[in-house]
Design a protein around this ligand. Sequence first.
Ligand code: FES
Length: 330
Amino acid sequence: MGYRVTLIESGHHFMVEGHETILEAGLRSGIHLNYGCSSGNCGECKARLLSGEVQRQFHDFPLTEVEKMENTFLLCRSQPLTDITIAANEIHGSGDIPRQKIITRVSKINRHSTDLLLVELHTPRTKLLKFLPGQHIELTFNQKIKGDLPIASCPCNGMVLQLHCMREESPFSDYLFQSMKKSERVLIRGPYGQFSLDEELKQPIIFICEGIHFAPVKSLIEQCINLDLPQSLALFWMVSPPEEHYLNNYCRSLEVSLDNFRYHPLTLRERHTYPEIVERIVKDLPADTPHEIYIATNSALGDEVEAIFNKRREGFDTLKRMRRRQLPRS
Ligand code: FES
């Protein structure tokens, strides 16, 4: 049996199950709670209990005696004993998140094909990366090989960062495909970018992505699922052969398990172009319903997709575009 936690300011709520702390349960549920060390040392996860009861652990020295008397407690060191209502700090936008610098380790390398790697990085338990779904990070190997990749997982498990890497012509890509080893140390900096979910909007959501740019979209979709958003979600994933929908089964399983999620894998055929595919997507949208559109493509195609929406829907929908950060070549 779990207990329900309600955040007084936003009205967000989530369930704490088993031996989870309130912080762990909130992050798992897609709530952007402010925190730092997650081990009772920094005090960044301070919250105030407004109703109900919590069980605190002794390790709560960041709190002053006055704060304790005022029912302030640490989210990362507490579990609810009843349903509770609390006042806690939530992160509302990318501007609320500080740039962080963390030494991580490569924990998994899945060579999906000769040109595609699915990689996982592990952060230390006491130094999780704070980020919003859809954001990206800078990676540095051996103090000199640098690159920038979107995070393909959501912050619900901040210790594991998934990355999708497509082979391209750069020293960074050469390093990933030829030299990167499991357990290797990687310095990450970030997060960067404003391609994040607008959780206040209640309109149907459409994700349009191309090839490897599915990665940040996967993070956004997982966030929608964690938040249990009720509106319809549609994913249009375009690829150009020999590229493939490399997580096709994952997307299909989401479609089977979620009533509000539709998956449209689209493959570029001869004599068709990506903009022609997008024209068809836009033509099929209901004329009387504004949508939230998330576009993750290369920047030239993104310009074309945006122009199609502006021409056909005249600013009717809310558009957000992923923009990849350009690093000087290492
Ligand atoms: S996150 Fe640092 S004390 Fe809770």
